[in-house]
Design a protein around this ligand. Structure first.
Ligand code: CA
Length: 396
């Protein structure tokens, strides 16, 4: 199976796969019949297990067609079907089609669906440690959280945390540093959050609550309506590529940065453990490999699409781009540290996860001071390579 063939239209692939699977099954059936005649089919159960076709259903928290997120879920399903030569088919449903978007985890846990595509911080009411596997305010960027997952024990901890819910997690994407959100009121001081109604999820919501805001979370498909109706004064979603497509610029004047609350949010694919364990080993390996491939693909898409979308927002749609004042970021970071300590003090699982997270991040921060920081500081000393309008953005 070539990389190009993975990009074919799903219907074309399905037709080819159906033919191939049909022919393969014919071959297998012939082999089984011959073996049965010769040796009373001692090996037949194994052969049939390898040839069985699995039809799975995936629930997601995304509106249908949402760039990179829902596209990513469909791409995951398409690649699994192609790599398994049609033996594992996954039908993808958008948020609300099979279950309400925020019921995705429960649906996977109970086995109502076999697989889900979402972000872990949506489950924090049920699992206080869950946000550590997607986004911690002022925490890891994409590079850092992937290093923690794959090389620092983070994924093993994530599996432990989800195991009591009969769910197996895998990282399947990352947004990179998000934007700070869309505001209809200026944020000149940290005191400006007092009384502000903000759409935000995860640990960032707890931080803004501490800053005096009233925070609500709504699924992606409802963010624009919440902003337009005045249900919220401000809303964060993701970054330029998705925010542009969602039309959030129609409902707010100021587009703030940086996304202190989500500096590199991991996207998850989650499997019902019974369904995952029932697969032959090669199909489980395919799920794991395709998850890792899509983790890289997703980050590459965000990195390649965000600036072009930002240029459209600023140059054509006249969005005002504003950096959060340093005083605001300093205060939010202080609140974040307090929130993390409080959540960890209440829950031994969070304490264990946060301990691993912080120890790994300390090493990365020290290394990053020598590596990334020195490099970016040097590169920033030649600002003439940047678009002129980038220089004009700043605090107001
Ligand atoms: Ca977000």
């Amino acid at each position: 199976m070539s990389l190009l063939s993975l990009l074919e239209h799903p219907k074309d692939q399905a037709q080819k796969l159906n033919r191939r699977t049909f022919m393969k099954n014919l071959g297998l059936a012939g082999a089984v019949a011959a073996t049965a005649a010769a040796s009373q089919a001692v090996c037949a159960p194994h052969v049939w297990a390898q040839g069985r076709t699995y039809n799975w259903r995936m629930a997601t928290t995304w509106p249908r067609g949402l760039p990179i997120f829902h596209d990513g879920a469909e791409r995951f399903a398409r690649e699994v079907e192609a790599r398994s030569e049609g033996r594992l088919k996954i039908q993808v449903f958008a948020g609300g089609e099979l279950a309400p978007a925020f019921d995705t985890f429960d649906a996977v846990s109970k086995g109502t669906v076999d697989v889900g595509h979402s972000v872990s911080f949506y489950w924090e009411d049920k699992i206080p440690a869950a946000p550590w596997f997607s986004a911690v305010p002022f925490g890891f960027n994409a590079q850092g959280i992937n290093a923690w997952f794959y090389s620092g024990g983070g994924l093993k901890l994530w599996e432990e945390v989800y195991a009591p819910f009969n769910v197996v997690p895998r990282p399947v994407g990352n947004t990179g540093v998000q934007m700070g959100g869309w505001f209809n009121r200026k944020v000149i001081s940290s005191k400006d959050f007092k009384g502000m109604k903000v759409r935000m999820g995860g640990l960032g919501a707890k931080v803004l609550t501490r800053a005096g805001a009233t925070v609500i979370d709504v699924p992606g498909g409802e963010v624009l309506a919440a902003l337009e109706s005045g249900k919220v004064d401000a809303a964060e979603w993701v970054g330029p590529a998705d925010d542009l497509q969602m039309g959030l610029y129609k409902a707010a004047k100021y587009y703030y940065y940086p996304g202190w609350h989500e500096p590199g949010s991991a996207i998850e694919v989650i499997f019902n453990k019974n369904a995952y364990d029932s697969l032959p080993g090669d199909l489980r390996n395919i799920l794991d490999d395709v998850a890792m491939r899509n983790n890289l693909w997703t980050l590459c898409e965000f990195e390649s699409q965000n600036f072009r979308a930002l240029q459209t927002l600023v140059s054509q749609l006249k969005v005002q781009l504003v950096r959060f004042p340093t005083e605001v970021l300093n205060k939010l970071r202080k609140f974040s540290e307090e929130v993390l300590e409080e959540v960890a003090a209440k829950d031994p699982v969070v304490k264990k996860v946060d301990g691993s997270f912080k120890a790994f991040k300390k090493d990365l921060d020290n290394w990053g001071y020598i590596s990334e920081r020195a490099y970016y500081e040097f590169m920033a000393a030649k600002p003439e390579t940047l678009e002129p309008w980038i220089h004009e953005t700043g605090e107001i």
